[in-house]
Design a protein. Sequence first.
Length: 130
Amino acid sequence: MISYLYIALGSALGGVARYFVGGVVQRAAGGLFPWGTLLVNLTGSFLLGLFSRYAVDSAAVSPEFRVFLTIGLCGGYTTFSTFSYEAVRMLEDGQVGRSVGYMALSVALAAGAMVLGLAAGRELVLLRRG
């Protein structure tokens, strides 16, 4: 039962962080392309990779804190459903090239961010072990 509370707290914090980061970036970049959502998806992928690798490979992270970070915080922070909506809306508006570019960038860069996050988590484990 305690894991559910950790997930709920992480989800709340992740959602607030998503709203803040996405909004700040989108206002700064302008409204022609969903840069805020793209950045949230990239940083969320990186963080999920980092937290997942470090939490699995290190005894320093309890199972409860692992679900707080991964399912809760990252789950509340990442915006794949928003990404899908924005991509489809661009298609519906006849912006096929922009939509395809957005989808390709999101998927490719998020996968790259995941690789970097996993590598960073592995390095943290190695540093912690000495």
